[in-house]
Design a protein around this ligand. Sequence first.
Ligand SMILES: [Cu+2]
Length: 128
Amino acid sequence: MICAVGMAACLFAQETAHTRDYQVRRRSGEHVIEVSINRNPPVIGENLTRIKVLDGRGNCVRGAEVKVNYSMPPMPGMPPMNYTVRADASGDGYLAVMNLIMRGPWNIVITVRDRAKLGRVIFPIDVR
Ligand SMILES: [Cu+2]
């Protein structure tokens, strides 16, 4: 199924996502950014992170530059942990792997550059 079909295609894809995924959906400027992490709660180790970018008409945006930044707030006795990975195009969205190396609170920042438009979603997770 291709995205050019429009909103129906995107909604269909969303419904077929694993219902147990950790999901965040936010509007950012002209975009809606949907994030789905395959572990819920997120865990130490590899967490597959799917990102979908929808435009104002509900169509999936392809060809955007999508980055995932994950960091842990400064803690006593812990070196700074701050990583950025690029999300590669995959299906009608983008895919990245977050390698979370410590239990506890992490901050996730997802940035989307779609031509001149920038979008950003920020949310906390609690890694188990
Ligand atoms: Cu820490």
